[in-house]
Structure formats: C-alpha cells, structure tokens
Design a protein around this ligand. Structure first.
Ligand code: FES
Length: 897
C-alpha cells in the first residue's frame, strides 16, 4: 500500500492503496464515488468512463498510479440536486434512461463531446459515443438528450404530439372493464392492508411484489395509487419486492405487472378511499355526497370542515378484503393517469448516486468472488488455496465440492485472489458440447415430444401429419432459425448477503424475491421464514439472467463470515459464460395457394427446448441455482416441467392471429439442450413471430398483394388492423414504392403478444450495402395499442428499447461455443447494437381509455426481426431466415441469389 494523491472533481484526495489498483476501484471504494460502474473490466463498454484531462476514458484498467497529477472528473463532479448540469437535466427531460446502469458513462462521454464540440451533428454524437453500450436500447433518447443539452432543435416522436388528444381510441375497440371480478393479484392477496397503508405524516405507503427492472413500473403503480386515492404523487411511498413487507407476486415477468399489480393496487386504493370517505362522513356528521377529496384532504362541502387522510386513519389498518365491485374512477376523471411523468429515481441516476445493488455498501462489508468452472459439468480436482490465503486482504478461501470462492477485505484483493485461485485450480472437464455449425439440423433430428396446438389449446391427441391440399396450385415452405441469445445485462450480476444469528438477509436484483427466497432456503437447508430477500435496482435483465445465482453465491459466502455483509460480484466473463440463455428455435412453415391465389392452409412446426429454468420449488429436489449444482452434495438441475401449455415457452405466439384456413400448429419440445437456458424476453414469441411475419410477407409477394393489405385481409380484429394502419401511415408506406431507391427497403411486422395482450406493428426503413452485406437501419416506426395507458412515456420508452434490443438480437447476436465451452465471453465475441447502428424510432400510441392494461416490454420483440427481414427483401430481393443477419451471412446470401 502506498499513499496516492488524486485530483478528482476539483479536489485533492490522498488514499493508501496498491498504486496499481485500477482507478475505478479507488473511486468507488476509497472515495465513495459510485457513479462510474464496473461493467466489463475490459474497456469495451464505457460504463466506467471518467474525464481525464478533457478526454472521456474507461477507468477499469488505468491504474491509480498513472493518473496522479491529472484532472479527473466523474459524474458526481458535474452537477448537484440543486443545480443539475444541462446534460443531467436533459437526460431527465428526455427520460433517456431505463435501468440507468450505462447512464454515467453516457453523460461523461457526452460532456467530453460537448466540451470540444458544442454543436454536434447526429453523426458526431453517434461516433463520439460509439464505444458506450446501452443494453436497454435508449440510444435514440440519449441522442435527443444530448441535442437538448446542446440546445439543438429536434422533432419529437409521434406519441408526444398526440398527447394533446389523449383519448384517441380506435373505432371498433372493445373496452374491457377493470371491475370484472377479482382482478390482478387480488385473487391471491385480497386484503387492502397488503397493498396500501395511510401514514400519520400524510404520506401513503403502497406495496407491490413486482420490481423495477428499468421498465418504469414503480412510477406507473404510484400513479395508479395516487389517482385512485386522490393524493399528489409526491405523497406516495412505494415499497417493492421485499419478502418482509410486500405481497408475494412471484416474478416480474411476461409484461404482466400492470395487469396483476396495477389492477390490484388500483382496486385496493379505490376501495381504501371509499372506506376513508365513509369514516369521514361519520366523523364529520355529514352525508357521503357532501364530501370531496383533494390531495388527501376530505372536505365536507356543506359545513366547510375537513379532515386529512393522516388525521383520520394514519397508522391504522383497514382489516378488510377488497370487495368484488370496486369504486374505480372513470377514465374521464383521470388527472394523473395517461400523462407522461418523470420517474422519481432519475435524479439519483443522472447524479451517479448509489442506486444499484452493485453500489450497496454496508458497515464491515467484505468482498467475494467465485471461480466458475471452465465449462458445464467440470469438477474441481485440486486447488492451491494455501498460497492464495497469503495474499493481502484475503479472509477465506471457500471450497465446497466444486464451488470455489474467495472472500477478501477489499474488492481488488478479492479479484487478485480469484485470479490466483483460477490459475492454480485443476478441473476435470465436463462433457463436450455438440458442433455448433450443425445445431439447426440436430435440433430437428433429436428425440422430442410433439404437441398439437389448436385455437389456443394444447390438444391431447397426436398432431396430424402435414398434407398438401389436393387443389394446391402452388406450395411455399421455409425454415427459420433463432440461435441461443444472451440476456447480456450491461452490468454483471451481483448480490449482497449477511448472516446474523441464524438469519439471512439477501439483497438481489433478480425478478422474483419470493421464489428466490424459497430457492435459497432449499439450498442452505433453512426455513424460508429465516431468510429475507430485498430487491434492489440492478442493470436491466430482460428475463432470467445471473442475478439469482449471484445472490445465492453471496448467501453461500455470508455463512462463512457471520455478521459481515458479503458483496459478491460476477465478472463479465462469468455473466457471458454462465447466465442462462434464450433457447435456440427452429420453425418450419408451409402453405399452399389455389390457382386463384387463395390461401388453402397453414402449417407451423416449432422445435425448441423448455424455456423455463427459473429457480422454483421442484418436487424432484432439483435446484435452478447454478452454484447448487457444484456443491459437495450437489443438487440436480430442475426437473423438466414440460410446459406444453400454449403461450408458454416455445409455443408463445406459435399460432397466428390471422384467419388463415386449415391451420395446423405443432410444438416439438426437445428434452435436451446443450446450453443452460431460461426465460428470455418474450420467450418463444420473438422467433415464432419472426417466422410467421416473414412467411406472411412471402405469401403476400407470392399472391401479388401488398404485404399490409394481405395482413388486413386476413384479420378480423379491428384493434389489430388499427395498429397496422397506424404504423403504415407514419412510415409513408403507401408512397414507398414510388420513392424507393436501389438497395433501400421497407418491411412490416405485426403481432398481438400472446394473442391476448398488446398489439404492435412495426415498419423498418433500411438500406443494404451489397458489397459488405451490412444492413443499415435508417428509421423505424412502431404503433402500439396496449389498452389503457397509465404513463405514455413509460410505454414509448419500452417500445423504443424493445426495438433496439430486438434489432440487436436480429442483426448481431448469437452465443458461440466450441466443443469445450462457451467462447463468446465478452462484448467483442458477443457484439450488440452500438450507438451508430441505432435508427430514429418513432412511436405512435393508440390509447384505449377504460380498457384493460396490457404490458408492452415484451410485445414488440417479435415483429421487429420480421420487419427487418422483410425490408431486406424489399431492398435487395433476398430472404434472410437465419438470425443473426450478420454482414458475412447477408453477403453470402446475396452472392447465392
Ligand atoms: Fe442503458 Fe439500461 S439504460 S443499459
């Protein structure tokens, strides 16, 4: 250790550290400046950027020694809560944030750009931020925020200009009442007290078992509560995902938070207000109809006397269930719902305040790191833990079977110890993986269980074989493929755990605190009631990633150091190599046309494994937690649940919404998968809709029909037609053919998520470089009907992010592996969409006041790959059926045609 002096944010700081410690760790752990994030440790993603002598540079490798005497600026040095920097204000104004993990690096890069170029073009912005990655896909909002900070005018998205007319419900829509029966999670947790508490200080605490994953859910739920209770939003205190406080709402997944928690909170708050009014009438000795409420103050209009919620009921319990009939406000009375509101966590995120579990710091905290095996199934033969124990700061080397980890006082000491452990460990390798190049064919040829899906139901009888109609004049068939995809959170998974007097507290950023509690209890042999899991923000996850596993790792280490909180963080390689992936899928479609061009049949076959690997109670004693499989007494992986129900796993959106005749849909479930898999944003809908909507385009061209008209002609649902027409109108679809230039194309995709949730239509305008095979997306247009909109900005943000993430999967992503293991273990070997690749995304929202809430985070994923593939066909006349559409593949396809 040596004394090092650093000039940070205009102040001089002296610290005693190993001078070769990366600057990032000194900033975060010695100076308490948590804005810069560890995200890759490889200088590949920009999340750890700081400004050094005017340049935005990563801080994860540069040593503390090398920056002595230089001027260092972190995000904390830009502005304060009272006086935000214009860039920080602009990021809030544009809500250029989903999870926010990338935001410090983005603002730092933008600051360095504007300092040297106060008037940048779009191209200059994209270029300056090209090495800053955002996995949530808010690039276009960040571009707009930078222009706003630079005071450069920018056209707003369609949804914003439509806000002046918030009730533009489409004709023919069928509103669904929120008051039909016990809605949402109320069916399982009907007590009002589980959802809402009136506090003596005039605040209201609202409880939800759902958690914030960057999808703005906490804002939307708080808005609903404030609306029904008629209090200002600032009075709402939302508690989410804490097993000691909130209702158990399982996982935050499937775009169902509004449907379940939103409806429960809405009805609970509406009924709570009714009870408060009844009590107030009694106390004020007046009639109910004389009462009015404004911001939690109940006034008797006859006498003028009033009572506040806090005075009337502060600290008391309702002790009744929500009744079947609610007391909901009518949509026309809404004052909060339907208007874009800022998330209350944005200020902390643009200032770089500690927000994430990765930033959590507790008294006496120590740092843990796990040494993962070299590949699936590998077993630890030997390790030299003695020499590692001699390293500075090492507290304990933990070995339990093949689970290997280290605990140290400081983070960089834990990393050094992990690296030395890794170097000395000998492993017996696990079984070889199959040849990746034959994955598609091997999936179709391996043993499987086939299920026939008809009209939304899985039938018990064996599926019929496909037969070509006798009057077929033309038969089309095609095969589509989606590889294994990563969730690839921008920050690696992390967890904190503390073991005190036989009780465990775990801080996690996973999607389901209650299921995680049960899974950890099973592995540790504890009673679930002795474990508390508290959700904290983390980098966006987009499904089941490594967050549960990291929390388990932290709990395993916490038992080794009773009383001391253990901060456990995965590395970038851990995340890329060990997270459960989105499963590969193969889809075959065949249809025939008669001689008049009428469609005669539709055959859809999908092959994939089960998509559910989440930790859950398992009757056969298996565990979904990674480390559990490597303990001295290992747990088996979870038994196969065989999710043959329609809309689960690979069957999600396998049936088209179209009125095609003679439909035959078969789901071929594979018992085995070579890679670890689990729930990935949208489950099977992404690949199934890609295949369906691509083939619909093929059929339209085969019949000489416009692809939009072909869709409209085979739909009966007016809301489905409306989103298609809205997206087409915004994109200028009908004029497109006349203005088309060579190698430029426009394509469309559509879906109704799960055939019962959001309607989304997407049009992509792109061009293709025939020489390189590269696809350049120029513009994207999304139209969405997600029922009644609570927070339009939240909906638009989700759609924009979904577009960029889905486009990234489609154009760039695939997990790569060789016979020995995963080889895509960083952002170079697993590239994702970058700033220069991101087009302008225009969103049109079709609000349906009075209709049921329908989530949007997953609903847009499917139409996008089809819109891109169809646009490529329009541009250069080739069909892309295998994801990803990387330039080499596109070029090869062009050469073959
Ligand atoms: Fe950029 Fe989440 S907001 S990674």
């Amino acid at each position: 250790m040596q004394k090092i002096t650093l000039n940070v944010n205009g102040r001089s700081h002296s610290v005693r550290v190993d001078p070769d410690t990366p600057l990032l760790y000194v900033l975060r752990n010695d100076l308490g400046l948590k804005a810069a994030k560890f995200a890759c440790g490889l200088e590949q993603c920009g999340a750890c950027k700081v400004i050094i002598d005017g340049q935005a540079v990563p801080s994860c490798h540069i040593t503390a020694r090398s920056v002595q005497g230089k001027e260092i600026t972190t995000l904390e040095g830009l502005g304060t809560r009272e006086n935000l920097h214009p860039l920080q204000q602009a990021f809030i104004d544009e809500q250029a944030i989903q999870c926010g993990f990338c935001v410090p690096g983005m603002i730092i890069s933008a600051k360095a750009l504007l300092d040297r170029n106060p008037n940048p073009t779009d191209g200059e912005i994209k270029s300056a931020l090209s090495d800053n990655l955002c996995r949530c896909g808010v690039y276009d909002r960040i571009r707009r925020a930078i222009k706003r900070a630079a005071q450069i005018a920018e056209e707003s998205s369609s949804w914003k200009s439509a806000l002046s007319n918030p009730s533009h419900a489409t004709s023919g829509s069928t509103p669904v009442s929120h008051t039909d029966g016990m809605v949402g999670t109320l069916a399982f947790t009907p007590g009002i007290d589980a959802w809402v508490r009136i506090n003596p200080d005039e605040t209201v605490t609202v409880f939800t078992g759902k958690v914030e994953l960057g999808q703005h859910i906490k804002t939307a739920l708080a808005m609903i509560a404030a609306e029904e209770l008629e209090v200002n939003l600032t009075r709402i205190r939302l508690v989410s995902g804490d097993t000691a406080q909130t209702p158990n709402e399982g996982y935050t997944a499937g775009s169902m938070s509004m449907e379940f928690s939103g409806n429960a909170i809405r009805n609970a708050c509406a009924e709570a207000k009714q009870i408060l009014l009844e009590k107030a009438a009694e106390k004020l000795n007046t009639e109910m109809e004389n009462l009015m409420v404004k911001d939690g103050v109940i006034t008797d209009t006859a006498s003028g006397s009033s009572l506040t919620y806090g005075e009337l009921f502060g600290g008391k319990r309702f002790e009744v269930n929500v009744m079947e009939t609610g007391f909901l406000k009518a949509a026309e009375e809404f004052e909060i719902v339907g208007r874009p509101l800022y998330r209350d966590d944005l200020v902390a995120k643009v200032l770089g305040e500690p927000c994430f579990v990765q930033d959590l710091e507790l008294k006496n905290m120590v740092h843990g790191r796990v040494v993962h095996p070299p590949n699936y199934g590998a077993r630890l033969v030997s390790v030299d833990s003695g020499s590692v124990m001699q390293l500075p700061g090492v507290i304990k080397v933990v070995r339990d079977g093949s689970f290997l980890a280290v605990i140290a006082e400081r983070e960089e000491q834990a990393i050094a110890a992990m690296n030395q452990l890794k170097a000395s460990a000998e492993w017996k390798s696990g079984p070889n993986l199959p040849d990746q190049s034959s994955l598609m064919t091997s999936m179709k040829s391996q043993p499987h269980h086939s299920y026939w899906i008809k009209n939304g139901t899985t039938l018990e009888e064996p599926p019929p074989t496909m037969e070509t109609p006798s009057n077929a004049a033309k038969t089309l068939s095609a095969t589509y493929f989606r590889p294994f995809h990563m969730h690839a959170a921008i920050g690696p998974s992390a967890g904190m755990a503390q073991w005190v007097d036989g009780k465990m507290t775990v801080w996690a950023h996973n999607q389901g605190p209650f299921p995680l509690r049960a899974a950890i209890a099973q592995v540790l042999g504890m009673d679930g009631s002795d474990i508390r899991v508290i959700h904290m923000d983390g980098p966006g996850c987009y499904g089941h990633n490594g967050a549960d596993d990291a929390a388990m790792d932290a709990a395993l280490l916490a038992r080794q150091v009773p009383g001391r909180p253990v901060s456990l963080k995965w590395t970038r390689k851990d995340e890329h190599a060990w997270e459960p992936y989105g499963p590969a899928m193969v889809m075959d479609i065949q249809s025939s046309l008669d001689k008049e061009g009428n469609l005669l049949d539709w055959n859809f076959d999908v092959w994939s494994c089960d998509h559910s690997g989440r930790p859950r109670p398992d009757r056969e004693g298996g565990s979904g937690l990674l480390s559990a499989w490597y303990l001295e007494k290992p747990f088996k992986p979870l038994s196969k649940p065989w999710s043959k129900a329609p809309q689960l796993g690979s069957s999600r959106n396998a049936e088209p919404l179209y009125t095609f005749p003679n439909q035959r849909t078969v789901n071929h479930l594979l018992p085995e998968t070579p890679l670890r898999v689990s729930s990935h944003r949208g489950l099977g809908s992404y690949a199934n809709i890609f295949a369906i909507e691509s083939f619909v385009d093929e059929l339209a061209h085969a019949t000489g029909a416009d692809p939009m008209e072909f869709r409209l002609n085979h739909l009966e649902d007016e809301r489905a037609k409306a989103v298609i027409q809205a997206a087409a109108k915004k994109s200028g679809w009908e004029f497109w053919k006349k203005s088309k230039t060579p190698d430029r194309g426009m394509g469309m995709g559509f879906s109704m998520y799960k055939n019962r949730a959001s309607y989304v239509a997407v049009v992509v305008d792109l061009h293709v470089n025939r020489g390189t095979g590269q696809i350049f997306m120029d513009q994207a247009f999304i139209a969405c009907d997600s029922g009644e909109i609570v927070n339009p900005d939240g909906v638009a943000n989700q759609l924009e992010g979904a577009f960029l993430q889905s486009a990234s999967w489609t154009l760039k992503e695939q997990v790569s592996f060789d016979r020995e293991g995963i080889i895509s273990t960083d952002w170079h070997s697993y590239p994702i969409l970058r700033f220069p690749d991101a087009p302008r995304v225009d969103v049109t929202l079709l609000n349906q006041p009075g209709s049921a809430y329908m989530g949007v985070g997953e609903g847009a994923m499917g139409p996008i790959p089809a819109a891109i593939a169809n646009a490529v066909f329009d541009a250069v006349g080739v069909r892309l059926r295998e994801i990803p559409f990387r330039p080499d593949k596109v070029k090869k396809t062009l050469l073959l045609n």
